[in-house]
Design a protein around this ligand. Sequence first.
Ligand SMILES: NC(=O)C1=CN([C@@H]2O[C@H](COP(=O)(O)OP(=O)(O)OC[C@H]3O[C@@H](n4cnc5c(N)ncnc54)[C@H](O)[C@@H]3O)[C@@H](O)[C@H]2O)C=CC1
Ligand SMILES: CC(C)CC(=O)C(=O)O
Ligand SMILES: [Mg+2]
Length: 363
Amino acid sequence: MKIAILPGDGIGTEIVAEAVKVLNVLDLKFEMETALVGGAAYEAHGHPLPESTLKLAKEADAVLFGAVGDWKYDKLDRPLRPEQAVLGLRKNLGLFANFRPAICYDELVSASSLKPELVAGLDILIIRELTGDIYFGQPRGRRTALDGHFPGAEEAFDTMRYSRPEIERIARVAFEAARKRNKHVTSVDKANVLETFQLWKDVVTEVGKDYPDVTLDHMYVDNAAMQLVKQPKFFDVVVTGNMFGDILSDEAAMLTGSIGMLPSASLNASGQGLYEPSHGSAPDIAGKGVANPLATILSAAMMLRFTLNQPDAAGRIERAVKHVLASGLRTGDIWSEGSTRVGTREMGDAVVAAITTTKITKG
Ligand SMILES: NC(=O)C1=CN([C@@H]2O[C@H](COP(=O)(O)OP(=O)(O)OC[C@H]3O[C@@H](n4cnc5c(N)ncnc54)[C@H](O)[C@@H]3O)[C@@H](O)[C@H]2O)C=CC1
Ligand SMILES: CC(C)CC(=O)C(=O)O
Ligand SMILES: [Mg+2]
């Protein structure tokens, strides 16, 4: 089992180190190879996604990714910006299906931004299409406007687009996932305004006919943003496009206590995957040793379950995380009165200790 380790920038290096530490105590044989990506790769090689990093990612069974980006790269041309590395990996590896589970652990109900009764027992799966939409659509660029409100002015444009097969395959992923859960899919769109999402809604509805056992409803994205905080437990599986999924998953993170709790898996058609926390490089706290590593550690668990076929090991990590939370340890983002504040490394150490010294064994 070969894992490409791509820590990236900012807190990426701190949180990935903790996930690697956890993987190393599982008594499994991994070959791990680390490479630069994002701003770190730009500094060293002049490109955020060097050929050697891409090759490593393609050849590995799975990629464990931290995060990329920093405000200091804001003035770089877009193709050289660190964020292009993660977009490039997603596109090159064909990672079209992004799973972002938003689970509110019992111990973190009080850390949620919502009232306890709204989030206790919360378990939502956001399935975000990851290789299409306005993030990848062509054409895009800058030009002098020929029409519109200000002809002659400089303008910028991006293109939102989805093809029928792209929608169909992500819809199937969502319905299949719902079958293993509470058999409820909410497709989030903006079909009242956008042609792209009218097609989205039509195709999801058609695919839904193959899944009569799954309840399908459709919701406009503005309403979905509201319902997520009004009655989050209405949702089971949410399927949506790249941009709406990006935004809604950060919102859903706060229902679980923190963006530092939201793992993710990005899979291609052959089950190869890139695993990363849903958050970014958090330049505001980078280097301080305070970032929450649990989203990355839980992403490593997803990697073991989804790609490396090690469900027992994945379960051990997940139970260890619960054990650590139950013992009262909290990084700053999930801290509340009465709990014990720890840093990134102590949190990783505690998960390792829970795996190695407590009764969190196989099975
Ligand atoms: N997949 C990736 O590599 C992503 C990269 N980015 C990039 O990251 C950089 C920063 O972006 P932001 O908008 O600030 O989003 P961010 O997700 O990095 O941070 C947003 C807020 O959440 C906090 N936060 C994030 N992760 C945390 C953790 N594990 N523990 C505790 N607090 C945490 C940060 O301190 C910050 O206050 C930008 O360059 C952005 O483009 C953003 C999202 C994803
Ligand atoms: C570079 C961004 C699209 C990454 C991001 O915000 C995400 O994947 O959640
Ligand atoms: Mg995001």
